[in-house]
Structure formats: C-alpha cells, structure tokens
Design a protein around this ligand. Structure first.
Ligand code: HEC
Length: 243
C-alpha cells in the first residue's frame, strides 16, 4: 500500500516536471523592442509616434488592403473562406489572430507558408516582402491591438524622389493590386514608365485625392495620409522624374 503511494507520488512529480518542461520548450515571442503603453500620456496620442510600436491603422491595414482585401479575395463582398481583411474588427473576427502569438495565428501562418498553393497572397501574386511580414509579426507580438498614431513632425515635400519616396508609398499602399504580370487596370506601379504615365495624365493625383471623375485609390482603403498625398503631388509637379 505504502509502496504504491510512493510510486504514485513519484509519477505525479515526474508528470509535473515534464509538463513544466514542455512549457519551457515553447519559445518566448521575440519582442525586439518593448512596446510603450498606449495609454501613456507621453506615448501615442501625444502627437508622436513611438518608433517601437506597430500601429495597426498606419502600418498594417494598408498592407492588408493592398494585398488581401482585393475583389475576388478578402474584400467585404467576396470574403473568401469567410476571411475579410478590410478593417480591424473584421480582421480580428475572421483571420484567427492569437494576440501575442504569431506562430499560432492563421494569418501569419498563411503569409509565411512555404507551399505556394497555400501561401497568401496566392500565386501568381507575389508573397509579402520580408519587411511586411516582420511588421505583421511584430504587430501580433505586441498584442494585435487597434492602435493609431498621427505624427506631428513636418512632412518632407522638398527632397521627394521616385526611388526614395514614391516607390515606398506605392509598395505600402498600391502594389498588391498594381503589380505583376496582369496588374489591375494595366497599371504596374513598380515600373517607372507606368507610374510616370499615370502621373503625367493627371490620373495619379486624381485617384489619390479622390477627385471627381477618377477611381478613388487605394481601392477599398482609406485615403492616403495628407503627407503622402503632398509628396505624390510634389513629385508630379516636378515632372515625375525618374530619380
Ligand atoms: C485593392 C486593389 C487596389 C489598390 C490597393 C489600389 N488600386 Fe488603383 N486601381 C484598382 C482598380 C480595380 C482600378 C480600376 C481599374 C479599371 O477600372 O480599369 C484602379 C485604378 C487606378 C488608377 C486609374 C484611376 C483612373 O480613374 O483612371 C490609378 C491612377 C490607380 N489605380 C492608382 C493607385 C494608387 C496610386 C494606389 C495606391 C495609393 C492604388 N491605385 C491602390 C485597384 C487598386
């Protein structure tokens, strides 16, 4: 009787140890920079964007709108597989995000999937860039919150170049649709000639300022921030140079 009891005790100790051992095997999420408390009066909302924080509205949503919330994919009408990636509430409701745990989040698994048949965006669309993937990972690690921030720092519209200013704007907001072999509307914004073409015809500024008579861009997304619009205008006004 006593012996059995000892055995049971030993077994339960071993079990506890192995469970504890398992827990330790789970890799801690890699948080490279400590996020700031969003309610901090000196943090977001103070007019300064914390460089260590990923802001959903500013950083993540434009990438999802451009690459995923496309007609026929995950826009509000198609909702392929029930997944809608048009806004924060829909993303959290349908994309199986586990705040703090990117590896367990369906959205992150799909954008990092090796198999091109399962990877999102689906081939022949290009995968997200490693910078975009890292951004989404960090957003989930930081709790997948709905943070916004508006920077009061001055907008630089004087040293605007195609390579340094305009292309990064396009790749964040536009090239999910406007790139590849069959770009939307025949406009491939990764190619200078296409960009210059829509710039010189007035269609680029018309589209991003949501002027009457143009298709409002980015399609399905919010208007670009004023700074980006002003930078695009500055580049167009300068003759849309290939600099
Ligand atoms: C979700 C997909 C999507 C995104 C993101 C998107 N576009 Fe478009 N774009 C479209 C569609 C669809 C059209 C209409 C094509 C047509 O009807 O021929 C279009 C048309 C345009 C046109 C022609 C507009 C006109 O009225 O002649 C321009 C210029 C343009 N887009 C620029 C942009 C820019 C710049 C961005 C990023 C700031 C952007 N697009 C983001 C899908 C998108």
């Amino acid at each position: 009787m006593k012996k059995q009891h000892t055995w049971r005790l030993l077994l339960s100790i071993l079990l506890t140890m192995s469970i504890a051992g398992c827990k330790h095997d789970v890799p801690e999420p890699i948080v490279t920079d400590e996020p700031t408390d969003p309610t901090d009066p000196t943090g977001p909302g103070s007019g300064k964007c914390d460089p260590n924080v990923v802001y959903f509205q500013r950083d993540v949503l434009p990438v999802l709108v451009s690459n995923c919330a496309i007609s026929g994919c995950h826009d509000a009408t198609t909702r392929q597989d029930g997944v809608q990636l048009t806004d924060y509430a829909s993303v959290m409701r349908t994309a199986e995000i586990e705040p703090g745990d990117p590896e367990d989040s369906e959205l992150y698994e799909r954008i990092t999937e090796d198999d091109p048949e399962d990877r999102m965006p689906l081939a022949p669309r290009a995968p997200l860039s490693s910078a975009q993937i890292a951004l989404i990972r960090k957003w989930i690690e930081q709790g997948a919150k709905d943070l916004t921030c508006t920077d009061n720092t001055a907008c630089n519209t004087t040293n605007v170049t195609f390579s340094g200013t305009i292309k990064p704007i396009f790749s964040k907001y536009c090239t999910g649709c406007h790139s590849g072999a069959a770009p939307t509307g025949g406009i491939n914004l990764t190619i200078y000639d296409h960009a210059a073409g829509v710039a010189k015809s007035g269609r680029l500024v018309g589209a991003v300022t949501h002027a009457a008579g143009f298709e409002p861009m980015p399609q399905g997304g919010a208007k670009l921030p004023a700074c980006e619009i002003n930078q695009i205008k500055a580049w167009v006004d300068a003759g849309a140079p290939n600099n």
